[in-house]
Design a protein around this ligand. Structure first.
Ligand code: NCD
Ligand code: ZN
Length: 343
């Protein structure tokens, strides 16, 4: 196969930031993606419907109409269920984001006591509003490589049992445990998989010198987990779909004694995915993963427009960095030549 035409893909987990960074990087997503679920972890976070509406306008001012930002609210212990339901009813938000407090970048206002958000979760179940979960516990005694698996047992499964109608997306899954949990459930659960977790394992971060541009959260795990993710993404199982978690930080914030977590993959994601799916003999499954399974979960139409990927003899090159007025941002390097380009 040398050409692949699929409905225009969507990104079901994306960080666009704000201000100069937003201006510099939003076009990288809008070039290939029609819609994206926009993460609310700004400083300060997007916690009310009014803030989400204002942020949506700032994004649209950069991308124009060809790109649709699907907004999320950042769940806190003070979140008002009525505000969430009204923002959803008015078409301002698509989902609500749960960050365990302290789990990742700008998550300090996240949830510590999950009982305190029960009324919001119940209202969301009632109104059909999905919950996007950053699935890691933050307990100091839990090893960072185990935090996702422990989250499933201690937080996610109890929440889902207590609120059976709640539709949940386990975001940026990184373990075979998460794949198995999703596969074991019959309804109301989906999972996003990032581009970079299909490509790197923890050796890429740590062997031969520390590679800050491969550091993200949840941190990449051992190779057997990466293989489970590739298997899930390329299987055709509609519960798994693309959420790049493209999360830009300027180079000075990444290449730092306390470097920020996040890989920036918006620019070259489609080329990388085509490579990964082709290597598995599963190019025919890319359409489901990138263009169909996400809309099905979110009860949204598949995009009418299409994009075409073309196989090239000479490697496709992307800029190594995106220059923004906030500073340079390094584009994720998959570590292998790319031979699929978006026409
Ligand atoms: C994200 C960020 O930088 O906002 N970082 C990351 O490593 N993925 C936060 C997140 O999604 O965890
Ligand atoms: Zn993220």
């Amino acid at each position: 196969m040398t050409h692949l035409t699929i409905p225009r893909p969507d990104d079901w987990h994306l960080h666009l930031r704000d201000g100069a960074m937003l201006e510099g990087i939003a076009p990288e997503s809008a070039r290939h993606f029609a819609r994206a679920i926009i993460m609310p972890n700004l400083v300060p976070p997007v916690v009310t419907g009014a803030q989400a509406a204002a942020y949506r306008e700032r994004i649209r001012a950069v991308t124009g109409d060809s790109f649709t930002p699907l907004m999320t609210l950042y769940l806190t212990e003070e979140t008002d269920p009525a505000d969430v339901v009204a923002a959803h009813r008015d078409g301002i938000i698509t989902s609500v984001k749960l960050y365990p407090a302290g789990a990742t970048t700008n998550s300090a206002s996240g949830v510590t006591n999950f009982d305190r958000v029960r009324p919001v979760l119940e209202a969301m179940a009632e109104a059909g509003i999905p919950l996007c979960c950053h699935g890691e516990v933050t307990d100091h005694d839990i090893d960072i490589f185990d935090r996702e698996a422990v989250f499933i047992d201690r937080v996610l499964d109890p929440i889902r049992r207590a609120t059976p109608g709640l539709r949940v997306v386990m975001e940026h899954i990184t373990t075979a445990d998460a794949v198995a949990y999703v596969q074991s459930q019959t309804e109301n659960l989906g999972a996003t998989i990032t581009t970079h977790h299909l490509v790197i394992n923890r050796n890429h971060i740590l062997v031969g010198g520390i590679k800050p541009h491969y550091y993200c959260l949840p941190v990449a795990k051992r190779e057997s987990h990466r293989l489970a993710l590739v298997q899930a993404a390329t299987s055709g199982d509609a519960r798994f779909f693309l959420g790049t978690d493209s999360a830009p930080h300027t180079d000075d914030a990444k290449e730092n004694a306390c470097g920020c977590a996040g890989c920036f993959t918006a620019t070259n994601t489609m080329s990388i995915l085509a490579h990964v799916f082709e290597a598995e003999g599963a190019l025919d499954k890319l359409e489901g993963f990138a263009s169909r399974n996400g809309p099905a979960f979110y009860h949204l139409p598949v995009n009418d427009a299409t994009i075409t990927l073309e196989k090239t003899d000479s490697p496709v090159t992307y800029s190594a960095k995106i220059e923004t007025s906030a500073g340079p941002i390094t584009v994720f390097d998959p570590g292998f030549p790319l031979h699929w380009r978006v026409v």
